[in-house]
Design a protein around this ligand. Structure first.
Ligand SMILES: Nc1nc2c(ncn2[C@@H]2O[C@H](COP(=O)(O)OP(=O)(O)OP(=O)(O)O)[C@@H](O)[C@H]2O)c(=O)[nH]1
Ligand SMILES: [Mg+2]
Length: 476
């Protein structure tokens, strides 16, 4: 079986616990192989009913080993499919429960039949992400690691994948645990004072608490600051290509994608709506957004497009601002430059059409844009694209990107909880500074601990868990 075809396999999930429910077929499709995956206390007995080994030596199955044989219909003993089956005994499995994976031929019918037989034996269909959820609920992984599983599946670049793997291996979880332990030590000191008020906390002791919070605060700051970089890996950089009509935005999009994605014509106003495509540029996932040319003199349809272009410009993290070097600058150009620079945007200025005689006087822009950093291109002829790629990578690397070693925050949920924990610690320091009673100090310390617990899933509320696991595909 070629390894590449395994990723196309349809994993059809079932799990064996009391509340058995019916199958769905939407997870089914043709593939090289299809895996019916079982987890729960009855995984073993279901396999005993449905699987007949090709060579029966009477020995019980070895855990985690593949066996060749047949899925049979227990009613009439007919063969349903020739399979390879792996049975894995608890607790050394992904879910910490007994598990089995039946590798069927990838066709829809044998898969569906095998699945139905499992359901008839008392399994029920798994919810999206239920295997990972069980791994989390059974304490094999924490919430950060469960979320890393989604990130691994969705990673668009090698760097994103590496960040997710680090997270799954527990890099971030370990860091959070260390911070929690440090806070717990401080809390123990403060609570001792609440319990034994007669031994009042000396001023020195309070100072000591405040000073031991400083390195914790610094570590939280560092983690939170890494988010601006981490998020890029996970979500991609929203990159808008903007400019007045006909400057060559769509030609540039097509060049960067290396495919004829957007329609290009000599008629101004060709692109009427935003077009979004993802690319991997030197390891950075970019969400490239081609926009309708922004102009005053737009017709009714164009006006809608222009509105969307302005929105895309507002929301973009990186702006590729395109001017036509062969023509004098217009009011439209100046308006777009004003709109782009207003929000202090990360702008890469592109002068396009360098294959034509040049007519734009850029010196008038030097007040507003660093024109000495402009990139000169012919999008049509593919000239200067390497310089553009380099400039974009440099711009993004400026945000400290590139290094995905160690604990890095890539997830907005983690970032929010970290920020909340930081604020709680600030309140603790404020309370100590004001000489408030240790009860107040303890309240905020507990809050900080709770926020850190939210990240790893110790104190996460049910609906957040629901939301996280619903992002998974069925079978994961
Ligand atoms: N000579 C030359 N022509 C170019 C270059 N880039 C684009 N063009 C031409 O300029 C015209 C407009 O190109 P588009 O890519 O559609 O421009 P746009 O900015 O997307 O235009 P709208 O969608 O109307 O806003 C087409 O005829 C392109 O072939 C270039 O580098 N050199
Ligand atoms: Mg266009």
């Amino acid at each position: 079986m070629p390894i590449t075809s395994i990723s196309k396999a349809q994993q059809v999930p079932t799990s064996t616990n009391q509340d058995t429910i019916a199958a769905i077929s939407t997870a089914l499709g043709a593939g090289a192989i299809g895996i019916v995956r079982l987890s729960g206390p009855r995984a073993r007995s279901i396999c005993q009913c449905l699987f007949v080994p090709a060579k029966n030596n009477g020995e019980s199955p070895v855990s985690h080993a593949l066996r060749h044989g047949y899925v049979i219909d227990p009613d009439n003993k007919s063969r349903v499919d020739e399979v390879l089956i792996a049975q894995m005994r608890a607790p050394n499995t992904f879910t910490k429960e007994d598990m089995a994976e039946i590798n069927c031929h990838g066709g829809i019918i044998p898969l569906q039949k095998t699945l139905k037989l499992c359901l008839a034996q008392g399994a029920r269909l798994a919810e999206p992400g239920e295997f990972t959820k069980r791994a989390y609920l059974n304490g094999r992984i924490d919430l950060v690691q469960a979320e890393a599983v989604i990130d691994i599946i969705q990673a668009k670049t090698q760097a994103a994948l590496q960040a997710a793997i680090n997270q799954l291996e527990g890099g971030l979880s370990e860091k959070i645990k260390q911070l929690q332990q440090a806070l717990l030590n401080i809390l123990a000191q403060v609570e001792a004072d609440i319990d034994f008020p007669e031994e009042e906390l000396e001023l020195d002791s309070l100072k000591q608490i405040a000073s031991s919070l400083t390195p914790i605060n610094r570590e939280l700051d560092q983690l939170a600051a890494g988010f601006s970089q981490g998020r890029l890996f996970r979500e991609g950089v929203a990159t808008a290509i903007v400019g007045r009509p006909n400057v060559g935005k769509s030609t540039l999009l097509n060049q960067l994608l290396q495919q004829e994605r957007a329609i290009v014509t000599p008629i101004p106003g060709t692109t009427r709506d935003t077009i979004e495509e993802s690319i991997n540029l030197g390891g950075f996932p970019l969400r490239l957004i081609d926009t309708a040319g922004i102009t005053h003199s737009a017709d009714v349809v164009e006006k809608h497009g222009v509105k969307r272009s302005r929105q895309a410009l507002k929301q973009a993290e990186l702006v590729l601002l395109v001017l036509d070097g062969s023509q004098a600058l217009t009011d439209d150009d100046r308006n777009i430059i004003a709109a782009a620079t207003k929000d202090n945007k990360n702008i890469v200025l592109i002068i396009n059409k360098i294959d034509l005689e040049q007519g734009a006087d850029l010196s008038q822009l030097k007040e507003t844009l660093p024109i000495n950093q402009a990139i000169y291109l012919s999008a049509k002829q593919g000239l200067g694209l390497d310089k553009l790629t380099k400039a974009i990578i440099e711009r993004l690397s400026g945000a400290g990107t590139g290094n995905v070693e160690g604990a890095i925050i890539t997830n907005a949920r983690h970032h929010q909880a970290l920020t909340n924990a930081q604020q709680a610690i600030k309140r603790v320091m404020g309370a100590i500074g004001q000489g408030l009673s240790p009860e107040f100090v303890a309240i905020d310390l507990n809050e900080a601990l709770n926020y850190l617990g939210e990240i790893v899933g110790q104190t996460t509320c049910a609906d957040v868990l629901e939301r996280i696991f619903s992002q998974f595909c069925i079978g994961k």
